[in-house]
Design a protein around this ligand. Structure first.
Ligand code: 5GP
Ligand code: MG
Length: 177
């Protein structure tokens, strides 16, 4: 079936702006805040959230990126401690408030893997999760603290998140099953 637009460019901008506000509200400001995007589109969303926070509060939030592909527990060919590419964290995460940012939350396995990987880098005082789209379908006890939009995706359907940096357009669509 034809894709349905969930968020157009203006809606994405408003949603990201609200997500930034919620992160500030829950953290009572920018102190000790670090944003960590999940490669790839979570990274671009984290950058946009950081830009809004910079606008609002005048603070530069440290940004990191995690590539958790090899940490997913359903990739059976990969060992328990693989070398992971494209992961960089801005500074020591000990005692910091780390906000994991991803584009879509589905089963929760990516986030479980991200928590594992973060644990290798240090011990934040708190870890939060912010996602642009929560499509339900969790297989683990994981929830997002900050959600852009919750959608019900029909079986076999999918959400497509397009970001300007990678896709040349800025929108979220859904394709039915
Ligand atoms: P999970 O690990 O929670 O099953 O899936 C989340 C990860 O897979 C996210 O990093 C997300 O990018 C990707 N993902 C899962 N489902 C979808 C979907 O319907 N659309 C998109 N664009 N990504 C998805
Ligand atoms: Mg992803």
């Amino acid at each position: 079936s034809a894709p349905v637009t969930l968020l157009n460019a203006r809606a994405v901008a408003r949603t990201i702006s609200r997500m930034a506000d919620e992160i500030l509200e829950r953290n009572d400001g920018t102190e000790r805040l670090i944003l960590v995007g999940i490669q790839r589109r979570g990274v671009q969303i984290a950058q946009r959230i950081a830009a809004v926070i910079q606008e609002r509060e005048g603070a530069d939030i440290p940004l990191g990126a995690l590539d958790i592909t090899l940490y997913r527990d359903d990739l059976q060919t990969v060992g328990p401690r693989p070398v992971v590419g494209q992961t960089h964290l801005p500074k020591a995460i000990d005692g910091q408030v780390v906000v994991i940012v991803d584009d879509v939350l589905f089963t929760g396995r990516t986030i479980r893997a991200a928590l594992d990987e973060l644990a290798d880098f240090g011990r934040p005082s708190r870890i939060m999760l912010a996602v642009l789209v929560d499509r339900g379908g969790r297989e683990l006890p994981i929830h997002a603290d900050v959600v852009g939009q919750t959608v019900t995706v029909p079986p076999g359907g999918r959400v497509d998140v397009f970001v300007p940096e990678l896709d040349g357009k800025d929108e979220v669509t859904m394709v039915g099953g």
